[in-house]
Design a protein around this ligand. Sequence first.
Ligand SMILES: CCCCCCCC/C=C\CCCCCCCC(=O)N[C@@H](CCC(N)=O)C(=O)O
Ligand code: ZN
Ligand code: ZN
Length: 446
Amino acid sequence: MSTGKGRERHIPSQFNQGERFAMKEALKVFPTIFKTRFIQHEVIGEYSHLFTVQGSDPSLQPYMLMAHSDVVPAPDEGWEVPPFSGLEHDGFIHGRGTLDNKNSLMAILQALELLLIRNYIPRRSFFIALGHDEEVSGQNGAQKISALLQARGVKLAFIVDEGNFILDGFIPYLKKPFAMIAVSEKGGINLRLQVNMTPGHSSAPPKETSIGILAAAISRLEQTPLPNMFGSGPLKTTLQELANEFPFPANIVLRNLWLFGPLVSRLMERNYITNALVRTTMALTMFNAGVKMNVIPPMAQAIINLRIHPAQTVQEVLELIKNIVADDRVQFHVLTAFDPLPVSPSDHQALGYQLLRQTIQSIFPEVNTIAPGICIGNTDSRHYTNLTTSIYRFNPVYLHPQDFRSIHGINEKISVQAYETQVKFIFEFIQNADTYQEPIPHLHEL
Ligand SMILES: CCCCCCCC/C=C\CCCCCCCC(=O)N[C@@H](CCC(N)=O)C(=O)O
Ligand SMILES: [Zn+2]
Ligand SMILES: [Zn+2]
């Protein structure tokens, strides 16, 4: 994709040793960003940051780069190094947030800083939205930034946020890495199940206690996976795009999912990560009950975190859950819920998707396949559907299954080289976005 006639020189993404050292050590502010006249910085919701980078051509529709600064907790147990030490050793930077999602926040700011140092002036305006509460729904960060931009009449050409990666080693027989750009994300429900009972002396217990009733209900849920929805949603497109990367006969199977779909869906549900692509998943994440060792528990509570497949809705899933529990003593409280997100365009006219493709091909020439897919997690970008129909969840970082397990898990880390490459990608992407090509309006399928 050309950047158009008369484009000032393209700034090569080569960084000298000093810059690379500074990149790695850059825990200080980015001085050039904060003193550049065409960049406005605002703090939103007390701890989120919005940068408006004004381009030289106001006729070009702006886009947005997103990341978040907050992280989930990380107890020391199991970590090779203290999870908040940021320790660097063996070529890795260790710590909570190095993949989810401080790497992106720092890489975006670092790339912009390096561009500004080279006297870069963007043609296309863009926003940088850095949320502070993504891990707890984004209501005080992203949601407020979205409302502010809407009040200002902003419409975005596209958004790039976290959510998927260059995947390597997730599928048996697929030896090559491939980039999956998430064009949608699953819906979500945080559901509280609760059983209340009259407390009493444990020396004369009832046949069942609140804990026993709730535990039995939870066990029924864990033993009853929700329906396999393979065949609806972006997954088939993902697999068909991947077919060429597979050896015979897997490539024939993937090119004929009309016939082999049931086989492929069974194979995908065997692995806990690919299983998350074919169905709505349920995870029992919290269980609280009991007050004393010799008191019949008056109340038992459990929290189930559900991620809804694109072919289902919140209401449908709640009905399925209630039918599996099938016990009137169990009360249901929906704490948070949202439907699966609309599918963003990935055709040749989809500007954001094509810019990602172009930059992936430039920075990762070894990655032959770039496919649209779905994000099995949730992101702050869901708060911006009022500003654009083109939301892409993709971080230009290789992810292996063991890396995925470290996200919200233990020993999260990113290699220095992967971080430098992420900076390089964003450095190039921002310049590639200066193309004169404009997005074609996209209407979501109903
Ligand atoms: C066919 C190919 C196989 C593909 C395998 C997919 C591998 C999974 C790759 C990436 C998924 C990681 C998800 C990262 C984004 C999620 C960020 C996050 O943790 N968000 C929170 C938000 C919580 C909230 N309340 O909004 C979350 O999802 O819990
Ligand atoms: Zn995240
Ligand atoms: Zn997270």
